[in-house]
Design a binder for this molecule. Sequence first.
Ligand code: UN1
Length: 515
Amino acid sequence: SMGVNLANDDQLRVLADQINAVAGNDWRATPLVPGATVGGPSITVTNPADRRETVGHWQAADSATVERALANAVAAQDDWNATPAASRAAILEHAADLLEQRMAQYIALCTKEAGKTIPDGVAEVREAVDFLRYYGQQARKLFTVEALPGPTGESNTLQLSGRGVFVCISPWNFPLAIFIGQVAAALAAGNSVIAKPAEQTNLIGFAAVKLLHEAGVPEAVVQFLPGDGATVGAALTRDPRVAGVAFTGSTDTARAINRALAARDAAIGVLIAETGGQNALIADSSSLPEQVVKDAIGSAFTSAGQRCSAARVLFVQDDIADKVTHMLAGAMAELKVGNPGLLSTDVGPVIDEDALKMLRDHAERMEREATRIASLELDADTAHGSFFAPSAYALASLDQLHKEVFGPVLHVIRWKADQLDAVIDAINATGYGLTLGIHSRIDETVEKISARVKVGNCYVNRNQIGAVVGVQPFGGQNLSGTGPKAGGPHYLPRFTTEKTITINTTAAGGNASLL
Ligand code: UN1
């Protein structure tokens, strides 16, 4: 099954046993805000694979808790900023070690709260560990004070420091990796952090912040603030004490945050946003159909298609289209949809009933307006969960997709040899620009497509998901995000502010620059 190459099968079996041993816990999450007394209602979390099962409970922050968190974050930031970057890095690296040691517990939470398969859970933990180490390592390099060249009689240095209070708003689809990635970058750069995860994955967010505290991040330096977008998210982003927001989620929410930051009577806050996509895979007649099908399936259906990097549209050249379509339907029939806690499962549930409804509405429209290539039958054991059967539809044109369909649905469009320019234009016309897959054995074709399609991550003759921290810095253009790329060398500087210090070093005083 797909993705299992993340660890060998024996390791995975041991892990699966460990996961099952902790999976029955009743997890609890409350705001982690020193000095706050929270008395709000408790919200029940159920298992996406079986809604009859309670996974745990979390308590939302109220307005008084939001206010307390902001005051704490402001008060704590100077000391954290003054802590040497190497010490901050060491704390993050310690957190990485702890996370590796407790991998099974965190994967169990990912499985139970977010419906992640075990290989996806392994990937989550690895990516989170990589982010902690990578940003630690980057901080050690970035915060070395370098003397700038200048006239004699003067010393010039450029000093970086944290911007202040950073708010990190993270998505449910990478509840551990992206959550920790955003928070670790903000912390490594010397900011204090208020973390607000997606409401669907607060138990994981809570466990991640607990881990950071245990590793040595002071409790007021990283606070956990669960709640809804209106009470918590909007209250934070409109507050003038917030210096910046790191956000991963929908393009619409990124716009709302941008407006809130701009409207404040305060310094213009920075927004670092990673948003949606309408990701294409272009296969020409020189490509290998078996490989196209394998990579299309891996890119479209891993994580039940709930990755912003996932392939949504396969543009296949007409010479090989019948063969590819036929093989696609056959290979999809082999996918095992079901309980994500079982190693035999390829595709788990979608995150919640809203996601399921969106997908069902989309399928209903596709049944009317497109041609079904494949749609799997669901087994009876999925009846109590939020499961959507992996599906593929043939479309006449990309105009038939109005927005990103975040789930296990692949769309296929045929093109003729003289239509490659039109395909490229259609992909760019979506306005999104996140990932692109190219399958071709012709170098000129690969060069032309990769040069002209405006995306952040372009993958040639392989799948188009699973960007590795430090290896494939990840993030898109235009409607897909602001940049800089997560897990890349330019990410951390965006969390900092710069100060140039110029000192007159002549005995007599005077101003060397004006001589
Ligand atoms: C996302 O889906 O929000 O490349 C990001 C990948 C992951 C990142 C996806 N590392 O699939």
